[in-house]
Write a protein that binds this ligand. Structure first.
Ligand SMILES: *Cc1c(COP(=O)(O)O)cnc(C)c1O
Length: 389
């Protein structure tokens, strides 16, 4: 990392997205950091310095992106890993072992729920799931090692009461881990609200172009070091090419996210007055249960919204099939608008009653806004919502 003295004052996130983690410019050097595909690096035969080896997560591309992410999140350190799930699993295993316990929100990404409810119990780690809006105090045991939440939740976009959760975590001396994939460091920095570890699926907004799989972790140096040890042992390092693409994507993170925020807010407002739409879930709308908190804690309300189409799943499917610009795919955070029905994707394994308990009503559609012109998106969506017999 460069040790050059910067002018006083911390760079804004637009500047950090472009410049943080880049080496100090020198005449003749490339403006774009080269992709270093080498798996191994020359070293002293009796190396006492740290060996550079790409599985160790210390190749120059890894270090550059990690430095950029640490700056964007406002943390001491950061790390990139092979996927969002690699970031989550290595972070959990860094803090919990056999006999330990985790308290996690019940409104979880499907992959994380599977990890916590099926994989970690095989290693002797149990989890108690609690709805984010309930008090977590009673679920905490002497053996609890991690409090785990998501901001915002999928697909109803609930925002945890971070100040309260952070106070509880501090009181019990347990780290608060946050999957902040849906908010990005542009809209919310969990560490500023008292969280300890921030995790992202870099596959989504950070990469932003639906062309890579990656994950990241940011937090205090000692914690990131522990997570790095797990990543090395379990072999979860990020491929240099994906790392390089992630850096390229990150440079436009702020631009993209601000546009996605604006598109989502505009579409949410228009959808909420449409006769074919029963409900719109978006934290930027006054009708959202966490609107006041989101308005207080977030810079923008994010690029994802959910709507409930009148008439249930069959009508929602017709809606999806009639879209021409917005396309059906399960991921999110890219420059293109993508729609999906959680009933068939993230929440497919649950029964109708289990889905209802989580607030996933028939007819629910998730929309991840891209950076297209909102009028074009509106024309597409409103046409697809019209009944055609
Ligand atoms: C996609 C996603 C993940 C998993 O990320 P991968 O990069 O697919 O492993 C985790 N959490 C959330 C909230 C996600 O959206």
């Amino acid at each position: 990392m460069s040790t050059e003295q910067a002018p006083a004052g911390r760079a804004g996130s637009g500047t950090a997205a472009v410049h943080a983690g880049a080496p100090h410019p020198r005449a003749g050097e490339p403006v774009v950091q080269p992709l270093v595909a080498s798996s191994t690096f020359f070293s002293d035969p009796v190396a006492d310095a740290e060996v550079v080896y790409t599985r160790y997560g210390n190749n120059p591309n890894h270090l550059a992106v990690a430095a950029k992410l640490a700056r964007l999140e406002g943390t001491e350190s950061a790390l990139v890993l092979a996927s969002g799930m690699a970031a989550i699993s290595m972070s959990l295993l860094a803090f919990a072992g056999a006999g330990d316990h985790i308290v996690a929100t019940s409104e979880l990404y499907g992959g994380t729920r599977t990890l916590l409810s099926r994989e970690l119990p095989r290693l002797g780690i149990d989890t108690t799931f609690v709805e984010t809006r309930r008090t977590w105090r009673a679920a905490i045991e002497a053996r609890t090692r991690i409090l785990y939440v998501e901001a915002l939740s999928n697909p109803l976009l609930r925002l945890p009461d971070f100040p309260a959760l952070a106070a509880l975590a501090r009181d019990r001396g347990i780290p608060l881990m946050v999957d902040a994939t849906f908010v990005t460091p542009i809209n919310l920095r969990p560490v500023e609200l008292g969280a300890d570890i921030v995790i992202h699926s870099g596959t989504k907004f950070l990469g932003g172009h639906s062309d890579l799989i990656a994950g990241s972790v940011a937090g205090p140096a000692a914690a990131v070091e522990e997570i790095t040890m797990r990543m090395r042992s379990f072999g979860a390092a990020l491929d240099p090419h994906a790392t390089w693409l992630l850096e390229r994507g990150l440079k436009t993170l702020e631009l993209r996210v601000l546009r996605q925020n604006a598109n989502a807010l505009e579409l949410a407002e228009r959808l909420s007055t449409h006769a074919a739409v029963r409900t719109v879930y978006y934290p930027g709308l006054r009708s959202h249960p966490d609107h006041a908190r989101a308005a207080e804690l977030m810079r923008g309300f994010g690029g994802v919204l959910a709507l409930v189409v009148e008439g249930g799943d069959e009508v929602a499917l017709q809606f999806l099939r009639r879209l021409r610009l917005a396309r059906v795919a399960p991921s999110l955070g890219g420059v293109e608008t993508l729609v999906s029905m959680p009933r068939f994707t993230s929440h497919a394994a649950l029964s109708v009653d289990e889905r209802r308990a989580l607030g996933i009503e028939p007819g629910l559609v998730r929309v991840s806004l891209g950076i297209e012109d909102v009028d074009d998106l509106w024309r597409d969506v409103s046409f697809a919502l019209e009944r055609h017999g």
